[in-house]
Every structure is written in C-alpha cells, then in structure tokens.
Design a protein around this ligand. Structure first.
Ligand SMILES: [Zn+2]
Length: 415
C-alpha cells in the first residue's frame, strides 16, 4: 500500500484489532469472588475485565457474545501449592522421581500437567519447589508466557531452600552424594546467598522448610533457627519477594510466623495457640488437605469403608482449630502428590472438613488474589479476565466445580 498514509493505516489496524477484542459473557449467574449475583454479565476488553453487573447494564455492542445458559461464571481458580514437576506418588514415589527421573523427562510431563490444570479451571498456580528439577519451573513459566504450551499463570519458587541434611531422598549408601529435593543452605552467608541466587534465577516466591522428618527419629522436627528464618525473610523482602514456609510442627510454625513469612504450608500439628498467632500476624495457611487424603489412600486406606487414619483425624482437628482461630485460609493442595487437573479436590475437602462452600471458593479466588498480590480472583473492572464457567452453582453444591465448560485466561478462551 505505497500510497496509504501511514498514520491512517495504523489507526485502521488499531481500530480493527480493538473491534474484535470485546467479549461479553452471559451466564445464569456470577460468583464474583465474594457473593453470587443472579443475572449478571461480564464485558471483557483485551486481557482485562471492563465491566461486570446486571446483564441489562452491560453493553454488548461490538462484542462477541458468549451465552453460558445454566452456568455460573466465576474467577479462574487458584492453586496456591502445586508441584508441576512431580506426578502422582502412586505412580512413582517421591524418592524415585527425585533420584531417577531426569529434568527433560520431568519437564515433558509438566507440559501435560500445565494443560490439565488450566483445562480444569485453574488459571493461576503458585508452584512451591521443583523437587530436584533445578530451575525448570522458571522455563516452564516462560513457555506458557510465550504461548508455546497452554497453562495457567505460574508463580515459581525455583529449587526451594532446606537446612543441610533435612530433605534428601533416603535409602542410599551413606557415602553417596544423592540428588537433593531442594537447595541446602545454613547460617548467615549461605542463606543470604541462596535466597538472592534463587531470586536472581526468577523466583516469584521464596519457599523454605522450617521443619521436616529428619534425623534418627520418625517425627518432624524444626530445622532452621528463628534467626535463620528471619534472615531469609529480610533478604527476600528487601527484594520485594514474599516467603512461604513448609511447617507442620507448632514450633516450626511459630518460628515461621515470628520471622514474618506470608504463608505457612500444611500446618498439620498446629495448635489453637499457634493458629491464634497466625491470625494476629495475618499469616495465611495453605492446608493441603487433599495431599493427606491421597497419601492415606495410597498407603492402603479405603475411604468410605475403613475408619479414617489417625493422621487424617488430626488434620481435621487442626484445620478446625485454624478456622476457629480465624486464620486466613488459602486454597493449596500440594498437587503433584496426586494427579494434576484434580486440583478441585482441595476445595471439596475444605467443604468436607467443615468450611461453607462460599468460603472455600473465596479461598481459591478472592483471598488467593489478595494473598498472592495479583489482579486476579474477583470479577470486577480492571482485574485480569481469568474467568471460568461451570454447570450448576458451586456455592450450593461444590461438586459443580468438576463441570467446567468454559475457561478464559487473560481474555483468551482455552475451553
Ligand atoms: Zn509441597
């Protein structure tokens, strides 16, 4: 077009692009991250939500209209504790995945995991450690962001950090140097260097293990001292990076809270006292109920037939104590222990363990958006257009989360 005025051409192209980038979604109702709104519609422009409200007030002009009759539209779900580089432990135990499966093999599986996670309606994951697969999470995130493979938004924590001796595959001759499940660091110099090195490699979150089953006894024991945890948090915070801590013992949890972490993972043996401290300091709990439920079944428990194992009875009690103390609950399942794409299991388990369906949904949407510091998790103007639709109403029957019929991430329809 040699004779066309360039600015006119740019204008026409921009206009053409804009004319196509409006979408109006018309479900039966919207769960906006807080409450259910009957008869709402949502207008999307580009990768963000332009408006949401009663359908009569939503302008459908110049927009592609998608009717979702009978469906509930809700924010894309958030999985706040995943391991995209692990696969179900009843296929291969953790030990063997870390020690015997190479990074390329694990990344190939992870591509499938990312796709099934997104198709199940989970549009964001916080991945809490590659479990021996180096920085593969950073590159998988790049693959998603570059449109090479479909997947959710990915927050990565790279290799995760453990105290020396506390987190390696077991069962090897002691003179062998076996591959590690996470990066070891201790004390002032080594912890500061490791936190910075992981941030330098692209960590969105720093993940530390405050306790683990290590040493001669079978029980979980604290690993890092309070001073070490404080140092790690201070180093990460000064770079604007939040810290998540694996802790299941009351002392590990207590140290993590006092050190200033933002989320605690698991919290299995949490006491009313330590949950009270978490609530006071606004530290969120990722309960990972689904992982315990899965591993108990892999160990032979027949759910619904044999009595619940003691570990799960304890978990039920501690989860209730967390709810009673008013701890912020963030939905995170430890998926990877069980199959990716089955993430809704955590939300179902939270309901089964006593949470109201609406509260469980908030934990996986609006609360998650807030705790993860992202423009996601609520259906309102300006948020990312990460939206899913399910048949039925999950605030009345949480099983509706399994009936995903529509998935949009950043304005692009994937399902
Ligand atoms: Zn985990």
């Amino acid at each position: 077009m040699p004779h066309m005025n360039l600015s006119r051409l740019v204008f026409l192209l921009a206009f053409a692009a804009q004319a196509q980038e409006y979408t109006v979604l018309k479900p039966a109702r919207v769960f906006d991250g807080e409450a259910t709104r009957e008869g709402w519609a949502v207008r999307v422009r580009g990768n963000r939500i332009e408006s949401a409200g009663p359908a009569a007030n939503i302008d459908a002009a110049n927009a592609k209209v998608i009717d979702l009759p009978g469906a509930t539209l809700l924010p894309g779900l958030v999985e706040a504790h995943s391991h995209i580089l692990l696969h179900a432990y009843n296929e291969t135990p953790w030990n063997d995945q870390v020690a015997k499966e190479g990074i390329a093999l694990r990344a190939a599986r992870a591509v499938n995991h990312l796709r099934s996670t997104l198709m199940a309606g989970f549009t964001t994951i916080r991945d809490l450690g590659t479990e021996g697969a180096g920085y593969a999470d950073v590159e998988l995130k790049q693959a998603v962001n570059q449109g090479i493979v479909p997947g959710p938004r990915v927050l990565v924590s790279t290799r995760a950090i453990v105290a020396t001796g506390s987190y390696a595959p077991k069962g090897f001759a002691l003179e062998w140097r076996v591959p590690q499940g996470a990066e070891e660091a201790d004390g002032v110099d080594s912890l500061i260097r490791t936190v910075r090195d992981q941030i330098g490699h692209g960590a969105d979150w720093i993940k530390l293990y405050a306790d683990y089953r290590w040493g001669a006894g079978p029980a979980a024991r604290p690993t890092f001292s309070l001073e070490e945890l404080k140092l790690a948090v201070e180093t990460a915070k000064s770079a604007g990076i939040p810290v998540s801590v694996h802790a299941s013992t009351p002392e590990g949890m207590r140290r993590a809270v006092l050190a200033g972490v933002e989320t605690i993972e698991h919290g299995d043996a949490g006491t009313p006292e330590v949950f009270k401290l978490m609530a006071e300091r606004h530290v969120a709990l990722c309960p990972t109920l689904a992982a315990g439920d899965a591993t108990a079944q892999y160990a032979g428990w027949r759910k619904g037939e044999s009595p619940e194992p003691q570990s799960l009875q304890r978990k039920r009690a501690s989860f209730k104590a967390a709810l009673d103390a008013g701890v912020t609950i963030l939905s995170g399942s430890d998926v990877g222990v069980f199959p990716h794409g089955d993430n809704a299991r955590e939300i179902e388990m939270m309901v089964a363990y006593g949470m109201a369906p609406t509260d469980a949904l908030k934990s996986a949407t609006s609360i998650a958006g807030r705790v993860l510091h992202m423009d996601i998790g609520t259906v309102k103007q300006g948020m990312f257009a990460d939206l899913i639709a399910v048949d039925g109403d999950p605030t009345k029957d949480i099983a509706a989360l399994r009936k995903v019929k529509f998935v949009m991430k950043a304005g692009t329809v994937y399902r």
